[in-house]
Write a protein that binds this ligand. Structure first.
Ligand code: GTP
Length: 601
């Protein structure tokens, strides 16, 4: 295809502002999807995505379009719509998808206005020098206020309120005009047709039938069906088995040239060999310089995953091996916990990533799992100058620590004016520092904070929502690290540390953490033949204490509420064998007690 006819674009929007619905309408209008095969949200392929209504994996669709109205009516174009994942955990993938485009449709719900993700995605698009077309969606809604929000958008990105297009993804109104404007306003790709090939990988997915399918945007030169390709980050060469475009299913083509977007199949079985952001070139005539912007995915949040039934451990390992094929960011290594048995310490991009993996393990692999409280990665400098990376709180060194660094994020919070005080109070309580504050309109405020990532992953979003009656929205991106006054709090049962409850917390919060966990365990752990102290300690200094008093008779009576059938069930479970009882030193603890303490912490 002549690059002059190509337009590569993406749609960026806050969650639920209607991106998938609009994409569906575009597929229909451009006739790449047969109306009879049209199903809601055609592009969201994974079940979990559909159920949660979020898009995790980006994809690209090629759509022919001929300008319908106005001066350039009749002009033919090829549109490549690149889908971007919508959540903060996947910022890097979003940035690579944006880098594959020349333009972005900035979609805003006309009944909601600009939200935090709208802004975060807009900033990323501007960093990638994309042309922006502002669009108000859902104008069919009675509550829509297109005039008001067109003003807001114009104020935000410059230009006039009239430049803001109005559409309804639901009824299709305005969508043909939007497609016309995409051809008119976005610039065609430029690249050197005769140069050695360079293509950027913006997505890579594992397919059980075909192996890894790699999505690329060609920048220079071309890739042809019989080429041997080379990954520039590793130097690994692969035979091309197939090359083509998505429209909206895979269609083979003889090759891809400058500006084109499509897929490659090489027979590799693991997405780690075909990483997002990497540059592909031709083995026989390689480019000398890779395209910029490649980064190794780096886990930001760690958690221990343990099968509730210890005999599921091999099944958990197999399931993780399988998920890894499709997820270059997932890491895991075996770990043993005195409280929870054999499991894995897993690394994730963020909380949503963690939840998705947990849910897939339970749903697709039928595993019952317990996970430890998520923690971030700490960099610890010792007195002798050596450095340790801590991904598990129980491995935090006990003494001789000179400095500790924790990861921080730049957070954007959008809130109605009335809740500014509540949001500030929350952020301050979470050790945030205010970077700036702007009024988007008379009643809506953008607050920018630096916050420790550890404070965000601990129910920050829920707190934000409840303090603002659901009106505030949040987005954040990694922003380096800061030195902090952090300590490890251990929980000791009869003098023995219980690894699953060790936590790294700010020194001002250590006492609260200790009291909270100790009192929880005190209620959950059955009485023993002897008195059992539960202590929270920093090093050898005890900061909180509870006691489980000794008892001889009914082990369960005081520990689990009054329901007799439940007690009987528990007794039967205990009879199943001692395997569900964990020994912490001399103390016998039903695994259920640990699970209950972890799941509510
Ligand atoms: P994520 O992929 O989760 O970010 O969401 P999305 O932005 O793709 O939103 P989606 O297309 O799933 O739409 C969210 C909700 O808004 C759905 O319930 C849609 O039916 C509804 N919706 C989307 N577009 C319109 C519209 O133009 N009018 C009306 N009335 N509802 C719409």
């Amino acid at each position: 295809t002549d690059p002059a006819r190509i337009r590569n674009f993406c749609i960026i929007a806050h969650i639920d502002h209607g991106k998938s619905t609009l994409a569906d309408r575009m597929l229909q209008l451009t006739e790449v999807v047969d109306p009879r095969q049209m199903r809601a949200q055609y592009l969201d392929r994974m079940d979990i995505e559909r159920e949660r209504g979020i898009t995790i994996k980006s994809q690209a669709v090629r759509m022919p379009w001929t300008i319908r109205a106005g001066e350039r009516a009749g002009e033919q174009a090829v549109l490549n719509m690149i889908d971007t994942p919508g959540h903060v955990d996947f910022t890097y993938e979003v940035s690579r998808s944006l880098a594959a485009c020349e333009g972005a449709v900035l979609l805003v719900d006309a009944a909601q206005g600009i939200e935090a993700q709208t802004l975060a995605n807009l900033y990323l698009a501007l960093e990638n020098d994309l042309h922006i077309i502002p669009v108000l969606n859902k104008i069919d809604l009675p509550a829509a206020q297109p005039e008001k929000y067109a003003e807001e958008l114009a104020h935000l990105i410059g230009g006039q309120p009239e430049d803001c297009l109005r559409v309804s993804g639901k009824t299709g109104e305005g969508v043909a005009h939007l497609l016309d404007e995409i051809v008119r306003q976005f610039t065609p790709p430029v690249g050197e047709a005769d140069a050695p090939a360079r293509a950027m990988i913006f997505d890579s997915v594992y397919d059980i039938y075909r192996g890894v399918v790699t999505y690329v945007r060609v920048i220079d030169g071309k890739i042809e069906a019989r080429d041997r390709i080379k990954m520039m980050s590793t130097g690994a060469a692969h035979e091309l088995l197939e090359i083509g475009v998505i429209s909206p299913e895979m269609v083979k083509s003889p090759g891809l040239g400058v500006g084109e977007v499509g897929y490659l199949i090489t027979g590799v079985k693991d997405v780690r060999q075909s990483r997002v952001g990497d540059t592909i070139t031709i083995n026989g005539r390689p480019a000398t310089e890779a395209l910029g912007g490649y980064k190794d995915p780096k886990p930001m949040v760690y958690s221990g995953l343990y099968p509730i039934d210890g005999s599921d451990y091999p099944a958990l390992r197999d399931a993780l091996d399988k998920l890894k094929l499709n997820d270059a960011a997932l890491t895991y290594e075996p770990e043993t916990s005195a409280a929870l048995g054999f499991g894995f310490r897993c690394g994730f991009l963020g909380l949503l990533h963690l939840e998705i993996i947990g849910e897939r393990l339970e749903r697709e692999f039928g595993l019952d799992l317990i996970s430890t409280a998520p923690n971030v990665v700490y960099r610890v400098i010792m007195d002798d100058g050596s450095e340790i990376t801590v991904t598990n709180p129980s491995e935090f060194p006990a003494g001789k620590v000179a400095e500790v660094y924790e990861p921080v994020v730049r957070a954007t919070v959008l809130t109605p004016n009335d809740y500014v005080g509540a949001v500030m109070e929350l952020c301050q309580g979470r050790r945030g520092s205010l970077l700036g504050m702007d009024y988007l309109s008379t009643d809506r405020v953008e607050l920018r904070y630096t916050l420790p990532l550890a404070e965000i992953i601990f129910d920050f979003f829920d707190q934000l929502k409840s303090r603002t009656k659901g009106y505030a929205s949040l987005d954040y991106e990694p922003s380096g690290e800061q030195k902090a006054d952090l300590v490890k709090v251990d929980i000791l049962l009869h003098g023995e540390p219980v690894d699953a409850f060790s936590a790294i917390v700010h020194k001002d919060k250590a006492y609260n953490y200790g009291v909270n966990i100790a009192s929880k365990l005190q209620k959950l752990i059955p009485r023993q033949q002897f008195e059992v102290p539960i202590q929270a300690a920093i090093g050898s200094r005890v900061i909180a204490r509870e006691t489980i008093r000794a008892i001889r008779k009914d082990v369960l009576a005081k520990c689990y509420g009054g329901d007799i059938t439940r007690k009987r069930k528990l007794l039967e479970k205990q009879k199943e064998g001692k395997k569900r009882m964990k020994m912490v030193g001399r103390v016998e603890v039903p695994q259920e007690a640990f699970i209950a303490a972890l799941s509510t912490s």
